[in-house]
Design a protein around this ligand. Structure first.
Ligand code: FAD
Length: 376
């Protein structure tokens, strides 16, 4: 259940998103460019540091507030929501495991919106199987030397700081904070994507990049565990992103079917249309309810949080795909034309079923928890 404070916060973010983010969403997609106007609005509204503690320049908001902000921003422009939540993902292990010195080096810049961040798990041959990564970190005098290639890195090369998961032994991994300008760091070209087209995505190649000891996150043998511990929160934020794009498509479809007339009456009077809209509304409401339940479990550290976060990510993203596809259908031929927002929303929604663990991987995790519950 959201409190009055959360409801008021939602209103504030919706206003920023409606007035300053939505008007640029189509151009950002069409031109495949960074959402500069939207980012300025986020920084001015003090939303960049929502996930960061106050003593490091953030606002120390709870996870539910972060989820609400991401939903409302994604409702207007999913690309912009991605830039924001990836900044938080890039700094989350630094917050949970980094030294004070490392936190003070990186977090205030990101919380103020002056710097961007990303996290680097995926590699050309290690996607769903993250543990199969081959990037290595080798101890050298005063730091660690990183060599390997990271694939599909969101916020690259726009971001300044990247949390890189690298192998430090046969079965140990560390998280190392790489700066964009470090010697030995280079970026691949911007990926040309189906959707989320304004969100920077590129490979990062590390070629003997030396990261000083101060930029090692916690214990350099425990990095895999640090990343896994953050996935509940990051999956909740991806679920929120999916929910936001679904809500945006539903709202657009309701407005369109109310205005458009065929056979002498508003589309909204036809029973088949009403049935579709009802199903879409149920998909959005049920996705939000499960997401908020998952957020409650994550915030209280409940043992079921892991499975519930997977369920929320799965339901929100599958429902987003279904709702945005139905929205295109309700717009008829206009839904297929790029002058209207729903075709962008449908293209954007697809990635939410793929990243942060594909939905097949979420199903594996959920089934594992279900069987564990009966001792199997
Ligand atoms: C736009 C975009 C942004 C991204 N941002 C980031 C980022 O910022 N940082 C980062 O580290 N990564 C990022 N990724 C990578 C993303 O998380 C991976 O693409 C995703 O985890 C899937 O890995 P893969 O692409 O290698 O697919 P694969 O793992 O090769 O999977 C291919 C197919 O096989 C299925 N599959 C795999 N294993 C199993 C199994 N055991 N059982 C059943 N089915 C299985 C998958 O579900 C999928 O359908 C991004 C990707 C994209 C496209």
């Amino acid at each position: 259940m959201t409190s009055d404070v959360h409801a008021e916060f939602r209103k504030i973010v919706r206003q920023v998103a409606t007035e300053r983010i939505a008007p640029h969403a189509a151009a950002v997609d069409e031109e495949e460019r960074f959402p500069a106007e939207a980012w300025e609005a986020i920084v001015e509204a003090d939303l960049a540091g929502l996930a960061h503690p106050e003593h490091l320049g953030g606002s120390g908001a709870d996870l539910l507030s972060q989820v609400i902000a991401v939903e409302e921003i994604a409702r207007a422009c999913m690309t912009t929501s991605h830039v924001l939540l990836v900044n938080w993902a890039g700094t989350c292990t630094i917050l949970s495991e980094g030294t004070t010195e490392l936190q003070e080096l990186v977090v205030p810049q990101v919380a103020s919106g002056q710097a961007g961040a990303g996290w680097c798990l995926t590699e050309p041959t290690a996607g769903s199987d993250v543990a199969g990564l081959t990037t290595t970190a080798t101890k050298v005098d005063g730091g660690w030397s990183l060599t390997g290639q990271k694939r599909f890195i969101s916020n690259a090369p726009w971001g300044d700081w990247y949390a890189v998961l690298a192998r430090t032994g046969e079965s140990s991994h560390g998280v190392f904070v790489v700066h964009r300008d470090d010697p030995g760091v280079s970026f691949g070209p911007h990926e040309r994507k189906m959707g989320l087209r304004g969100s920077p995505t590129a490979d990062i190649t590390l070629d003997g990049c030396v990261v000083p000891d101060v930029r090692v996150v916690g214990d350099p043998t425990q990095g895999y565990g640090y990343i896994m511990a953050e996935l509940n929160g990051s999956r909740a934020l991806i679920a929120a992103q999916a929910l936001g794009v679904a809500q945006g498509a539903l709202d657009a479809a309701v407005a369109y079917t109310t205005e458009r007339t065929q056979f002498g009456q508003s589309l909204s009077r036809f029973q088949m249309i009403r049935g579709m809209v009802a199903d879409m509304a149920v998909r959005v409401a049920s996705a939000r309810a499960l997401l908020h339940e998952a957020v409650g479990l994550i915030e209280s550290g409940h043992p079921d949080a892991r499975a519930k976060a997977s369920m929320a990510k799965l339901l929100c993203s599958d429902n987003a795909m279904s709702v945005t596809t139905d929205a295109v259908q309700l717009f008829g031929g206009y839904g297929y034309i790029r002058d209207y927002p729903v075709e962008r929303m449908m293209r954007d929604a697809k990635i939410t079923q793929i990243y942060e663990g594909t939905n097949q991987i979420q199903r594996l995790l959920i089934a594992k928890a279900v069987y564990a519950g009966v001792g199997a």
